[in-house]
Design a protein around this ligand. Structure first.
Ligand code: FMN
Length: 306
């Protein structure tokens, strides 16, 4: 076995020197030496991303990367076919397209808890999303009971009550705008009224206008070191939204929760989330108490072919 400082193990007795690993390595740290693939130690200009491309491409199974946990693709709520799916084979586009077009944000949930095994499997699928420089610096905080979701909702409501009180203050928001801080004025124009209405409905009608009655929530954050933490989190969220649909679950991203947690860091502290982490996405989920009859259209996007 050949151990390099980049934690890529290449077994020379298995390596056939075919070069498949060299072709796919994004960091170009692999080369052939004495008829065996060899991984160069990290330098400032070329660093192993531990992306696993070399391991995935090797026809002789000569490469292992111990940091890649094979359990990440062992699921407890379904059996995965572990064979790699080549582009254009096995999964008809129309089936995936039906899933993509059928997923809708869910805002009515049955009061049934979501099994922890399903939440765990969703997170395993989330981390198969791409991440900038393969940082994989995701953190996932699961609230798996309605009472936990409600408690978070209360903290967020308290934040918005404070914010609305400030935004209602004409002098405060206009004087802030005069010195270039226009956020409060912008919030007042665009969100104040709908947030005020939602909070009144929460209080007077006991309606959960924030999490829509969801019995579970996954907060997706980043730990320090991620190069593109927000993008990574939303890509991971995308996997969760689609996979949840196949598991019979409805989902809804809750941007209001993310905004509140960004402004009031004490909210995440209450959940035991370290200060060094930042929350980028909140996915409410549960068994849907709503059905749809058809796939609808989308607005026309701006598309350019040059
Ligand atoms: C970043 C982001 C934040 C969102 N925040 C909320 C939210 O706070 N509350 C809510 O009910 N829906 C929220 N949504 C859901 C959108 O309203 C929804 O995706 C959009 O209306 C399209 O509908 P669809 O998801 O059913 O396709 C959010 C979506 C995104 C992408």
């Amino acid at each position: 076995m050949h151990l390099t400082s980049v934690s890529v193990f290449i077994d020379p007795s298995r390596c056939s020197a075919c070069g498949a690993c060299i072709r796919v390595c994004p960091s170009e740290i692999l080369s052939l030496e004495n008829s065996t693939a060899h991984a160069a130690p990290d330098t400032n200009s070329a660093r192993c991303l531990q992306c696993g491309h070399c391991m995935a491409a090797c026809p002789e199974s000569a490469i292992t990367i111990p940091d890649l946990d094979p359990n990440q693709h062992n699921f407890s709520t379904f059996a995965l076919d572990h064979a790699w799916l080549p582009p254009g084979k096995g999964l008809p586009t129309r089936d995936l397209a039906r899933l993509i077009c059928s997923r809708r944000s869910c805002r009515n949930y049955k009061p049934i808890p979501v099994e922890k095994e399903k939440l765990a499997d969703l997170i395993k699928l989330a981390v198969f999303a791409p991440s900038g420089t393969n940082s994989q610096a995701w953190t996932f905080t699961c609230l798996s009971s309605r009472s936990e979701v409600l408690a978070l909702g209360q903290s967020i409501k308290t934040f918005f009550e404070r914010l609305n009180k400030q935004a209602k203050n004409f002098l405060l928001r206009k004087s802030l705008a005069l010195v270039g801080a226009k956020t409060l004025d912008h919030y007042y124009t665009n969100y104040y009224e709908s947030v005020q209405t939602a909070m009144e409905q929460m209080e007077k009608e006991n309606r959960d206008r924030l999490f829509h009655g969801a019995p579970a929530l996954i907060l997706i954050g980043s730990s320090p070191g991620a190069t593109c933490p927000r993008e990574d989190a939303l890509l991971a969220a995308g996997n969760i939204l689609l996979a949840a649909h196949t598991m019979g679950l409805g989902t809804c991203l809750i941007g209001y929760a993310v905004a509140a947690m960004a402004e009031d860091r004490s909210i995440q502290k209450k959940l035991g989330i370290p200060e060094s982490e930042t929350i980028h996405a909140a996915v409410a989920l549960g068994y849907p108490d709503e059905t749809f009859e058809r796939i609808t259209g989308r607005k026309q996007p701006t598309i350019r072919f040059r």
